[in-house]
Design a protein around this ligand. Structure first.
Ligand SMILES: NC(=O)c1ccc[n+]([C@@H]2O[C@H](COP(=O)([O-])OP(=O)(O)OC[C@H]3O[C@@H](n4cnc5c(N)ncnc54)[C@H](OP(=O)(O)O)[C@@H]3O)[C@@H](O)[C@H]2O)c1
Length: 351
């Protein structure tokens, strides 16, 4: 199979290049760049290593979009910024299966997209055909779709523990989500806020609540799962290159032991047989465990009771660039083309 990567020089694109070059079902990888077409891929990504199996295009250079179009790729992975992504993908709609890592097709309601992104939803006529690519939740729909909107990293990290509990109607009171993100979440392009001096030895909360564009995505998907509770979301930047942790707290009716068991039963039922969901029980997972892996580790603890309710704490960790972006895109590619979900994807974290 042939796969094109748009934005192959960015962080998401670089991870896609690595995963697809090592993917046993991919025979050719087409790295596309809007600014570096014709230039060597190694000039922007010296860590890629030699092209041992000859999967890169001749000359090992970035291609233009038109050159990639001529190659008729089976799959297109777009790791471009929202706003630019859908437009760049346009000539491939209906020809290749498109995996869009941007937010261009994530929100089903075009008015909510307009509010969140301050720009009209691109290609409104295609919106209803796009599937939200949270692999473990939308497997059946992904199998049949030609346009897959890869979820954001914060929503992936927070929704995977929350959706099974929403489905079971376990959560009815306010949900507080505090998420920590590594700096690579902001992308590779140069900006003052990403400078070493700004980010090292410095953690900061930013864009709380609806000011962050991932909040409507979380509400959309929690509600779609039958969940019905207000979400208070605060993202934080913390000085690590990669990794994401969501600490989610809420009240659940019942005594602590019963709540612990209900949460365990709901998560086990939802993720039985799902390789990339690792339930750690009362052990709190850490970001280091999942860096380099496509796993989401989920732990939980319960305290109380207070006034007949218990305090539930859920902890969820992912690598923002793998399960939070490019790994999940490849997992969806595997689902869409009928390969085992694990094909070409790392399960173990780096040491
Ligand atoms: N970083 C994360 O943790 C993460 C997690 C989940 C989702 N995402 C999403 O994934 C996408 C890529 O993120 P990233 O972190 O990889 O970003 P990035 O490192 O900034 O890379 C984006 C790439 O897109 C290309 N590009 C930029 N502006 C463009 C335009 N107007 N038209 C065409 N190409 C353009 C650039 O490559 P060329 O100049 O070579 O074309 C750039 O290298 C974004 O939509 C982001 O929101 C990122």
């Amino acid at each position: 199979m042939k796969a094109a990567v748009f934005g192959a020089s960015g962080y998401g694109g670089q991870i896609l290049m690595r995963l697809l070059l090592d993917h046993p079902q991919v025979s050719k990888v087409l790295p596309v760049s809007s600014t570096s077409a014709g230039k060597p891929v190694y000039g922007r990504d010296s860590g890629l290593g030699p092209d041992l199996n000859g999967k890169l295009s001749e000359g090992r250079t970035f291609l233009s979009r038109d050159e990639a179009l001529e190659e008729k790729p089976d799959a297109v992975f777009s790791a471009l910024p929202h706003g630019a992504s859908a437009e760049f993908c346009e000539p491939f709609f209906g020809k290749s299966v498109v995996f869009d890592l941007s937010a261009d097709f994530r929100l089903r309601d075009k008015n909510i997209h307009l509010q969140a992104y301050d720009a009209p939803a691109p290609f409104p006529e295609l919106r209803s055909t796009a599937v939200y690519g949270l692999s473990e939740i939308y497997e059946t729909q992904i199998r049949k779709s030609n346009l897959i909107a890869i979820p954001g990293c914060y929503p992936t990290c927070s929704l995977l523990p929350l959706i099974p509990l929403g489905r079971e109607g376990l959560i009815t009171s306010v949900i507080t989500i505090n998420s920590l993100s590594g700096i690579s979440g902001a992308g590779r392009s140069a900006k003052e806020a990403s400078l070493f001096v700004e980010r090292s030895e410095n953690s900061v909360a930013y864009n709380p609540g609806l000011k962050h564009r991932h909040q409507p995505e979380m509400i959309q998907e929690f509600n779609a799962a039958g969940g019905n509770a207000p979400i208070f979301f605060t993202p934080h930047l913390t000085p690590m290159r990669r990794g994401m942790l969501s600490t989610i707290s809420t009240q659940v009716k019942g005594k602590p032991e019963a709540v612990f068991n209900q949460v365990e039963a709901a998560l086990k039922a939802a993720y039985q047989g799902q390789t990339f969901i690792n339930l750690t029980g009362s052990r709190i997972p850490s970001t280091r465990d999942v860096i380099g892996s496509n796993r989401c580790d989920i732990g939980w603890t319960v305290e109380g009771p207070i006034n007949g309710s218990s305090m539930l704490y859920l902890f969820s960790t992912i690598d923002n660039l793998v399960k939070g972006a490019s790994g999940q895109a490849v997992q969806d590619f595997n689902i869409r083309f009928g390969f085992p979900q694990e094909t070409g994807l790392p399960l173990r974290g780096e040491v």
